[in-house]
Design a protein around this ligand. Structure first.
Ligand code: S3P
Length: 456
């Protein structure tokens, strides 16, 4: 049995403010996806490696804690936003007799399940109420094809945590065509593939984030990418990166709240609204910028450069007249985490915003299609719900609103940004979840002078 420790829910109350002004000096924290992978590959390589600008959100701290429970040597320096990993090598992990608790993190449970499938010991992994209701068959089914034995809570023709992962004498490589474009599934299989005999090949139906592939390559593990096929041969070492210190890019999915907030509030045509630094613009992650540009946003990329294996840039966002679009299907996996805040922008832009082929939203931290519909209706908008997305009509005069986050950090932040940008009284319940991905969210609002308080 898993004992759930309930956390305070907390409520954010927003009041209109006469003194809202653009804020330029915002430092967006490190990328969540890259920070998880930094901890994992830092733990497993053969040298000492330091990562800076690491995201210390609840999700990433859970990954670090689990790895350390398993015998990794990751030291956390909160003040310097740094982790120092004394790599224990690919065979250096040890059994933990405790339940491995990912909290709210889908990335942690899926990636670590792949890693644990290759270990010579039994592990039990679970998380909070949301995690216990997120589908895991997408990783357990292909891992079973590799020979892994993973038991979970079987219901609704799926598998849910708690997962018990048994040791397998030898995993074997497979060729797996992913039915969904999921970087978490791909990464789980690549991690298991390191421990498998032969080659593991994963085919993705549409490109999804490739931080695992980039980090494996930078850490000296042979990996082949040919079009939409990614192949890894088991049994090699993971020497570690050439550099001793790697900078984690700042998270474009977090920056999205500042960028969209600034565009929503707007300004004089052409006015500079926001400048952000060191934002990760890996092409598998940065289609939000393309979508915003298609909507008419003026965005400048300045000083494009590399941070380790990842491209980063500074961004300048200008006040722009915005019109809604149909988001191209091929961009959906790329912007999957930004769709809630993008929907909010749809409310102030002209015309119909259509997001389809996005059924993955139904199995995120909340059913995000339902959560978005609830936000839009409560804010006074019109929206049609589909099994795989939604269509909404703008512009809308956003009215005072009271909404639930449904325990979903991106829904909570989307609602708060909209309330402040629209300058209406608003109440957003259950906002403690923001700490899972963006603990200093309130410092990164693109304005000074906003009036908000968090209670409870
Ligand atoms: C992530 C992949 C995405 C994304 C999640 C982080 C990752 O999920 O939604 O927030 O770090 O691999 P899927 O790969 O399941 O779409």
């Amino acid at each position: 049995m898993v004992v759930l420790i309930s956390k305070p829910m907390r409520t954010c109350v927003i009041q209109p403010s006469d003194s809202l002004r653009p804020q330029f000096n915002i430092e967006i924290p490190g990328d969540k996806s890259v920070s998880h992978r930094a901890a994992i590959f830092g733990a497993l390589c053969d040298k000492r490696v330091t990562f800076t600008n690491v995201l210390f959100s609840e999700d990433c701290l859970n990954t670090i804690q689990i790895l350390n429970q398993l015998g990794a040597k990751i030291a956390v320096d909160h003040d310097q936003k740094t982790i120092v990993c004394e790599g224990v090598g690919l065979k250096g992990l040890r059994a933990s007799d405790q339940l491995l608790d990912v909290g709210n993190s889908g990335t942690a449970i899926r990636l670590l399940t792949g890693l644990l499938a290759g270990q010579p010991f039994t592990s039990r992994i679970s998380g909070d109420h949301s995690i216990q209701n997120r589908p895991m068959k997408r990783v357990t089914a292909p891992l079973a094809l590799m020979g892994s034995v993973i038991a979970g809570d079987e219901r609704n023709n799926n598998v849910y945590p708690t997962l018990t992962i048994q040791p397998t004498t030898q995993l074997k490589g497979i060729h797996y065509e992913m039915p969904i474009a999921s970087a978490q599934v791909k990464s789980a299989l690549l991690l298991a593939g390191i421990y498998a005999s032969g080659t593991t090949t994963v085919t993705e139906p549409l490109p999804c984030r490739n931080h695992t592939e980039l980090m494996l390559e930078a850490f000296g593990y042979p990996i082949q990418v040919a079009g939409n096929e990614i192949s890894i041969e088991g049994g090699h070492a993971l020497p570690g990166p050439k550099a001793d210190v790697i900078i984690v890019p700042s998270d474009i999915s977090s920056a999205a709240f500042s960028i969209v907030g600034a565009l929503m509030k707007g300004g004089k045509p052409g006015e500079l609204l926001l400048e952000l630094h060191n934002i990760g613009v890996n092409p598998t992650r940065s289609d939000l910028l393309t979508v915003l540009e298609l909507m008419g946003a003026k965005i400048e990329r300045v000083n494009e450069r590399m941070a380790g294996a990842e491209p980063v840039t500074d961004l300048r966002i200008y006040a722009s007249e915005l019109h809604n679009i149909s988001v191209p299907e091929k961009m959906v996996p790329n912007i999957i985490d930004e769709i809630p805040i993008l929907a909010m922008l749809g409310l102030v832009a002209t015309g119909v915003m259509s997001v389809r082929h996005a059924e993955e939203l139904r199995v995120k931290e909340s059913d995000r299609i339902k959560s978005i519909v609830q936000l839009v209706l409560n804010m006074g908008g019109e929206i049609a719900e589909f099994e795989d997305g939604f269509e909404l009509l703008g512009p809308v005069k956003i009215r005072p609103f009271e909404v639930q986050s449904n325990g979903d950090h991106r829904i909570a932040m989307s609602a708060i940004v909209t309330g402040i940008a629209a300058n209406v009284p608003a109440t957003v319940h259950d906002v403690a979840c923001i700490n899972t991905s963006f603990p200093n969210f309130f410092d990164c609002l693109p304005w000074t002078g906003a009036i908000w308080s968090v209670k409870g």
